[in-house]
Write a protein that binds this ligand. Structure first.
Ligand code: BGC
Length: 423
């Protein structure tokens, strides 16, 4: 991992006080022994224990000659200064999945840091991006736990494998918030995301409402379906929502599903290769390309450009990236789905603040839960935000109005007057 991928903001002290080590209570001033007044000794020793357990005694910060203990495990007596279940925690680990999609580094990371440090006074954030590798994410999480992070925010690379991160965290009394992507573990503290089926449904509904002119112009009902990574639970939800809208059209023959793939790691180059393969196998006769997100859509558009079909094939997307909005303005992409990551990050910070304050999260979730889609598994307390469809006509009133993108960013390199937006 390059060093730049691990950003450690200034840490506060005082967060990790280990279980009481009985040997350290023998630091009573030895003048008491010298003058031999047993009563005084008793008072001093008793007082030291009291001060120590209340985190007042100055030697309680791993700085004495006594055994240091920075683990988060609670001790068996329950009389502990360790942080358990996030209570009193200000040292937060944020673990994001990849960097091929613009959102994680450009949006989620800075938004989470800002929201967490605002919601939890004195909070610090350890940030890692797993660059698409579940094993790297596992190691990063382990390092966070070793370093004493006491709440983890985890957008998993792999919804199944990441359950072992939750297990390791649980062993240290550390709650894990599943950020954006569900983790298949009953021990996940909570899940903060958007309604993934609704995202896919918005994409599918858009196709259902607009496919006819594309089918007519291209003289074919051929449709390509490029899903995300099947290791990401979201990709399954998006696909499910899209199919709810598209399957009736496939059944009636209004559209023909000629090629459908899940794309390993959401890798853009793979999406491009998939589109090229579909074009080749169908002599370029394609009218619709359902593409799960903007980053892959951008690569699909590159494949279409190579055969002069950009702007002629209906292409979908998601995330309202700058490149995605530009593609919409240019006419190469029909729509995207805007997910206000600001809301997602701030809801996550609220959960962290509640855990840290020990107040519980029911008032934040309003009792909502998400079922883990494996047999015998339970459901996770959830906060799900609402996604919004964006096409050419809605750019101004949604992503610009919210300052999610700026006019200068989306209009860079575009002719004046583009979309009625660019100066
Ligand atoms: C997220 C999308 C993102 C995709 C690829 C999904 O889990 O919800 O917003 O585009 O992952 O990173």
């Amino acid at each position: 991992m390059p060093d730049r991928d691990r950003q450690r903001l200034p840490e506060t002290v005082d967060q990790q006080i280990g279980p009481v080590d009985a040997s350290r209570t023998q630091k009573s001033p030895n003048f008491a022994i010298i003058i031999g007044i047993p009563l005084l000794l008793l008072v001093l020793v008793g007082g030291s224990i009291l001060l120590y357990t209340n985190d007042i005694f100055p030697f309680s910060k791993n700085s004495s000659g006594g055994k240091s203990n920075t683990s988060n495990k609670s001790n068996s007596s329950g009389n502990t200064g360790a942080i358990v279940n996030g209570r009193g925690c200000t040292k937060i680990g944020v673990l994001l999945p990849e960097a091929t999609t613009a959102r994680w580094e450009n949006k989620d990371y800075p938004l989470l840091v800002a929201a967490i440090t605002k919601a939890v006074p004195g909070a610090t954030v350890d940030y890692n991006n797993a660059q698409g590798f579940a094993d790297i994410q596992q190691t990063q999480a382990q390092t966070d736990l070793t370093n004493g992070d006491c709440i983890l925010v985890l957008a998993p690379v792999d919804s199944i494998k990441s359950s072992s991160i939750v297990a390791a965290a649980k062993a240290k009394g550390v709650p894990v918030i599943a950020y954006d992507r569900l983790i298949y573990s009953n021990d996940t503290n909570s899940y903060v995301s958007f309604d993934g089926v609704a995202v896919g449904k918005l994409q599918g509904d858009y196709i259902a409402a607009h496919y006819q002119s594309y089918v007519t112009a291209n003289g074919t009902p051929n449709t390509v379906v490029i899903n995300g990574a099947k290791e990401d639970n979201n990709a399954l939800l998006f696909s499910k929502g899209a199919h709810q809208a598209l399957d009736p059209l496939f059944s009636s023959g209004a559209l023909k599903n000629i090629y459908e793939k899940f794309t390993r790691g959401w890798i853009n180059a793979t999406a491009q290769a998939e589109m090229q393969a579909a074009l080749l196998a169908n002599s370029n006769n394609i009218a619709i390309a359902y593409v799960a997100n903007d980053s892959m859509a951008n690569s699909v558009i590159a494949a279409l450009k190579a055969v002069n079909l950009n702007g002629k094939v209906l292409v979908t997307g998601q995330d309202a990236t700058v490149a995605g909005i530009q593609n919409i303005l240019k006419g190469d992409q029909a729509m995207t789905v805007y997910k206000a990551f600001t809301k997602e990050a701030s809801a996550t910070a609220q959960v962290i603040a509640a855990l840290s304050a020990g107040t519980g999260i029911t008032s934040l979730t309003s009792g909502a839960t998400t079922q883990i889609p494996l047999s015998g598994y339970g459901s996770i307390p959830s906060i799900l935000e609402t996604p919004v469809v964006v096409d050419k006509t809605k750019i101004q009133s949604t992503v610009i109005a919210d300052n999610f993108v700026t006019v200068s960013d989306i209009c860079a390199g575009l002719p004046s007057g583009t979309g009625g937006i660019c100066p």
